[in-house]
Write a new protein. Structure first.
Length: 375
């Protein structure tokens, strides 16, 4: 059997591409190294709770196209992400908004909050290089946006645990993912659409892959030549440096380890996400999965137990699961070198968080895959 496309990896990018290729009448084979589909959006059902096995995924987008597309495969609930930060027992609302500013400083108006931030910014201006400085790194960006105290209590510890690097060596765009609002609004994402697929992400990806041949537990790179012969075009969604045998050196990734516990209580923290923003607590956050679905099972009944996951961030090494690309200067430069090699690989499309070494959100992955898919 010869295929038009061999899709390597059954994560979101691969699934979207395969679905589109199938719809366009192409012959597609999907191979996947793990023994399940859905990549890192995979959810497992435990005691009626959809557990996000590779980290919490909250779908959010401003794109009509991405929203319309994903809704073909699942109904979404109206979950709104409102994480809370726990700094040594002090609780703050996220993202940074009037609730946070009030909790931190007792201010009650936007004007007072802005004045407080400006005061901190002024104090740091000299250290950052004078009056008209443009933030060069995450620390400078954060202090400019929310002031020194919020940076110290809610950003520094969390970010340094998450990335394993000092904030002044990290790119400023990471923190720009978080909105700052002078309104009383705890909605984490500035997004037109948001929600969690009812029934879990695995079921969603299953629906995408309906009618597509999928082989699990298959290591493409271990038998690359054999698999390459199967199709005209390869859609590779694994790590780009692994594809090239790390020949220019390894790109850096952050990995995550989850300590998952099934607890015999109905309510552990009553919020899906609580971030531990101090530097001493070894994990970055605790996810309590049932609250992504309002504590109910699929028949609308309250679930008597709960599953929590403590999230530990670590430096990736060969053999670990890569989660986050580290988009600092050094890695970005190396990635561009790999990208040049990739451009010379005829008949291979590199896609997704690992294939493009990008800190993609799910909607961006979908749009990128749609863009590359056959019509
Ligand atoms: N961040 C932070 N404090 C928090 C939450 C996030 O400083 O309580 C920063 C941190 O640098 C993190 C970035 O914001 O890497 C993006 O966070 P987000 O929750 O969007 O990341 P993800 O869910 O993709 O891990």
């Amino acid at each position: 059997m010869h295929y038009d496309y061999l899709v390597v990896g059954a994560g979101l990018y691969g699934a979207v591409f395969a679905e589109r290729a199938k719809a366009a009448g192409k012959k597609v084979l999907v191979i996947e190294k793990r023994n399940h589909i859905a990549g890192n959006v995979f959810t497992d059902c435990i005691e009626g709770i959809h557990v996000h096995r590779y980290g919490a995924h909250i779908f959010h987008t401003n794109s009509d196209a991405a929203w319309e597309y994903i809704n073909r495969f699942a109904k979404f609930n109206d979950y709104i992400n409102s994480p809370i930060a726990n700094y040594k027992g002090e609780m703050y609302n996220l993202p940074f908004n009037m609730n946070t500013f009030h909790q931190m400083w007792g201010v009650t108006t936007p004007e007072e909050a802005k004045a407080k931030i400006e005061e901190d910014r002024q104090k740091s201006i000299e250290e950052f290089g004078g009056d008209d400085f443009v933030p060069q790194n995450l620390e400078q960006q954060a202090v400019s946006l929310v002031g020194r105290e919020i940076y110290e209590k809610l950003i520094k510890g969390y970010t340094e645990k998450q990335w394993g690097r000092p904030c002044n060596e990290l790119p400023s765009f990471i923190i720009k993912r978080l909105p700052v609002r002078f309104e009383y609004d705890n909605n984490y994402f500035n997004a037109k659409y948001q929600g969690i697929p009812i029934g879990g992400y695995t079921a969603l990806v299953e629906r995408m892959l309906e009618g597509v041949e999928v082989r699990l537990g298959v290591d493409y790179l271990a038998n690359k030549l054999t698999y390459d012969e199967l199709a005209d075009t390869i859609v590779y969604t694994g790590p780009i440096d692994a594809y090239f045998g790390y020949k220019l050196g390894a790109l850096q990734y952050r990995s995550v380890r989850f300590e998952e516990e099934l607890l015999d209580v109905a309510d552990y923290q009553h919020n899906a996400v609580i971030n531990y923003t101090d530097s001493e607590t070894p994990y970055t956050r605790i996810i309590e999965h049932k609250w992504f679905e309002f504590g109910k099972d699929e028949n609308g009944r309250d679930i008597p137990k709960t599953v929590i996951s403590k999230e530990y961030s670590s430096e990736w090494k060969v053999g670990d699961e890569p989660y986050y690309p580290v988009n600092d200067e050094r890695n970005q430069k190396l990635y561009l070198e790999y990208q040049k090699l990739a451009a010379e690989e005829n008949g291979v499309i590199f896609g997704g968080r690992l294939g493009e070494y990008k800190y993609y959100d799910m909607d961006q992955v979908i749009l990128a895959a749609l863009e590359k898919s056959p019509e």
